[in-house]
Design a binder for this molecule. Structure first.
Ligand SMILES: [Zn+2]
Length: 141
């Protein structure tokens, strides 16, 4: 997995994960890399920005190559509402709690929260199952 900072022609900037550099190039060539915020297809890699000052720089955001961005956002919203409605918000303890559930140290339950990039990589390597909880554009306004 490789993370790129992407920006669209409307000036939005966000982070996205791709399998590898070739996967990004191929998806971009096919025009299916879309802005996570407005669905714009004119997306390109942003120069690497210093991440020390921006709060939340360690949060993971994923994007989809779905061509029907508006419909997909509605699905994401529904999904997010369902998850956040039924699961426990463990905040920054997500990696710790997900690991405890995975290794059956605590009773299995739905949780959601935040993890750093390093924690996400570590969880994946340990075989802990988790899914990205998408940020929704409306919540940034
Ligand atoms: Zn955009």
């Amino acid at each position: 997995m490789i993370q790129y900072s992407l920006h669209c022609s409307q000036g939005h900037t966000y982070d996205a994960w791709f399998k590898n550099a070739a996967a990004f190039d191929e998806q971009q060539t096919r025009g299916i890399v879309t802005c996570a915020i407005c669905g714009d297809v004119a997306v390109s890699k942003a120069p690497m920005a210093p991440s020390v000052t921006r709060s939340g720089a360690d949060k993971i955001s994923l994007t989809s190559a779905h061509p029907d961005a508006a419909k997909f956002r509605a699905m994401l919203r529904e999904y997010r509402q369902k998850v956040t409605g039924e699961a426990e918000n463990v905040g920054d303890r997500f990696a710790e709690e997900a690991r405890r559930i995975h290794f059956e140290e605590v009773e299995a339950r739905g949780i959601y929260g935040n993890a750093t990039r390093d924690e996400v990589v570590a969880l994946a390597e340990e075989g802990v199952e988790f899914m990205p909880l998408p940020d929704l554009p409306e919540e940034h306004n």
